[in-house]
Design a protein around this ligand. Sequence first.
Ligand code: PLP
Length: 367
Amino acid sequence: MSYFRNNIERMSGYTPGEQPKDGIYIKLNTNENPYPPSPGVLAAIKEAVNEGLRLYPDPIASAARIKIAEILGTQPGRVMAGNGSDDLLSIIVRSFAGPGDKVVFPYPSYMLYKTLAELQDSVACAVDFTEDYTLPDDFIVKGAKVTFLANPNSPSGTMISPDAISKIASEIDGVLVVDEAYADFANDNCLSLVEQHDNVLILRTLSKSYSLAGIRLGFCIAQESLIQGLMKVKDSYNVDRLSIAAVIAALDDQISMKSHVEKIRETRRYLTKSLEDMGFSVYPSQTNFVLARCMKGVSALSLYQTLKARKILVRYFGLRRLDDCLRITIGTREEIEILLKHLRELASTTHSKTVHTCNHQTRIRRP
Ligand SMILES: Cc1ncc(COP(=O)(O)O)c(C=O)c1O
């Protein structure tokens, strides 16, 4: 006999990317930033490590909200902080979707959306992206309570224009969550849609562009009525004292964030070109990773496994539309040079071997 609710029994749960314990890997699998956080952040955290930790943090993280609002040019009342954007995604689904309600997201995208819908016993509606990762005409699902859009998208790295997203916001029934975890690496963003639409929520995180995945700090920007409702659902103290100190210092150092982002964009261009020269197809990325489709006859799974054995971790998803692809986080230029050296060697040897042995398997996997 199980003590769990039926929907929890049925679901498999979210599987995060591997976090190896020994740390000797070149780690290009979970879209972390290869550069260190701002020195100001480390100093602010050290300063916050004092006997004040005896006390609970500010429940609504006021100082963080003021700083976020200042940097984004909005008002603190339109901002809510969370324990990473994953916390905010969970608060949003719990706020708007119950058993039997429709929760919509494109496929392939961030897999957590499906898990969160299943936790609520909601109906998870995955709508396939087109082949080139634009949104299909049937993306809008009538009566949906929550529609998610990671923009730029993971794992494709591709981006939908703010105009197209604004049109969706006007046409859907429920709320539209634009998950902008990677917006700082992109040419555009949807922040201004919050002014125009009372059903749009924008999510940002310090995990990627600010090199603070270990701190767990995300924020949501939306009109005040939505923020006030979400405040009722969150845990009382969902952002701790050290994270509040960190976010203020991180946002104060825009120069360091922007210079790291610029280096990553530069390395992204280099990696994309080098992979294409080798024969991979690379989706146009607006993020800190690229999705590379292997050339015919090369198995993405065996590339992933061999790279791992050589202490280089990239992400392989054994899922429909992704099982011939590798998602590679942009590391430092040196890390990417090492990856490329191994890939050049492996792609040529694997290619010559699998062309003879795996031709049939490769053919049926491709449309
Ligand atoms: C699209 C997307 N949204 C949200 C997150 C989670 O971010 P956080 O670390 O702020 O929880 C990720 C993490 O990789 C992501 O890819």
